[in-house]
Design a binder for this molecule. Structure first.
Ligand code: GLN
Length: 376
């Protein structure tokens, strides 16, 4: 253990800018520009440290994309394992039905080695699953010949930059050249995933963070009476984004709105899960999508700062995977026109991380490795 790394407060964010300690700076800069960029979030500190070669690998968590999006923004490899593959013991709970821990590393092999040592059943996390841990490293270098790779049409979203579409097509071409069969698929409920996530995740967060009451747990800011103490404690102890999530979560769980929001989002979640089950039942081995809808953006981007919903759109390709409890990996696949790294995502069947490592290593071999120029 070398040290702890920065992150968005309570793992809520896509840019590291909600961090109590201030934002991490991405080691990557666009060509000919000095603009400081975000490393993504919430595990931005982990991704930046790995990209800058401060460490060989780092642990991270992913509730809606917090391993995969920072990996894509920093040219590193990040895998969110299947829900239950790793213990979350010691991790502050955000949304317990979505949270999963996993590694960030400089290449696919390192990620496989790290996951092998992280994956296990654990008495201290009852959601962890007692299944043998395969030798993930052995999957690297295996052929993808004859494998069926699904390309979901719903991931071609409006306003997606041309660079992202090009990268996706490149990834498809590499896998085809390696003997995989490319199959067009449909995941019809994809468009509801982001709104449903932003109901389910805040609902669980509001419940999980209720323990930070200043009485039995966490910070306490004294007040003139108990109500005043609660108010001061929770106003001071949580940043704006966390407060927003608690308020959304409390609202969607309240008696009058529970059925309309929370229950409906849970039903949508089941439909999203079923979409994936259907395509896997049709013989699809893994699904290829872009990891993020853009490259790393600038710190304090005004458009994003003033519109939290725009920030939430960063998770558009990653939240479906958490909603369905599936494994997903982000692998660097190229640079955009400005020289910033971009990632492709592979989504797998439950507990089939091996197929993700195998396929990601084919993409890695074709794309090469990406390291930022040292300016720090
Ligand atoms: N960016 C997403 C959010 O803010 C995901 C966070 C995460 O995976 N921890 O909720």
């Amino acid at each position: 253990m070398l040290g702890k790394l920065n992150m968005d407060e309570f793992a809520m964010g896509s840019s590291n800018e909600t961090s109590y300690y201030g934002p991490v700076i991405n080691p990557w800069k666009a060509e000919g520009s000095n603009l400081e960029r975000v490393p993504g979030g919430s595990s931005g500190g982990s991704a930046a440290a790995v990209a800058a070669h401060l460490c060989a690998g780092a642990t991270a968590t992913d509730t809606g994309g917090s391993i995969r999006q920072p990996a894509a923004f920093t040219g590193t490899v990040g895998i969110k394992p299947t829900y239950g593959r790793c213990s979350r013991w010691g991790v502050v709970a955000f949304a317990s039905s979505l949270d999963q821990a996993g590694p960030l590393a400089r290449d696919v092999r390192d990620a496989a080695i790290l996951l092998k040592s992280m994956a296990s059943v654990d008495d201290k996390d009852t959601t962890s699953v007692d299944l043998p841990v395969p030798d993930y490293e052995a999957a690297i270098g295996q052929s993808v010949k004859g494998m069926k790779i699904g390309i979901p049409k719903e991931y071609r979203v409006e306003g997606m930059p041309e660079d992202i579409e090009k990268l996706w097509q490149q990834g498809i071409a590499w896998l085809k050249d390696s003997g995989a069969e490319i199959v067009d698929i449909s995941l019809p409920h994809t468009k509801y995933a982001l709104p449903a996530y932003y109901i389910v995740a805040p609902a669980e967060a509001s419940s999980n963070l209720a323990r930070y009451d200043g009485v039995k747990y966490g910070l306490r800011v004294p007040g003139k009476d108990i109500a005043d103490m609660y108010e001061k404690t929770r106003a001071e102890g949580f940043g704006h984004e966390v407060q927003r999530r608690i308020m959304i979560g409390t609202y969607v769980l309240s008696a009058g709105y529970y059925d309309a929001y929370y229950l409906k989002a849970q039903k949508v979640r089941t439909l999203i899960k079923r979409d994936f089950e259907n395509v896997f039942a049709q013989g699809i081995d893994t699904i290829l999508t872009p990891a993020t809808p853009s490259a790393a953006f600038g710190i304090a981007d005004q458009e994003l700062a003033n519109d939290p919903v725009k920030m939430y759109l960063n998770d558009i390709f990653t939240v479906t995977v958490n909603m369905a409890g599936l494994p997903g990996i982000s692998v660097p696949a190229g640079l955009d026109a400005n020289g910033l790294p971009l990632g492709l995502q592979l989504i797998g069947k439950p507990f089939d991380e091996e197929t993700l490592f195998r396929t990601a290593s084919v993409i890695e071999r074709a794309a090469g490795r990406f390291t930022p120029e040292k300016w720090w």
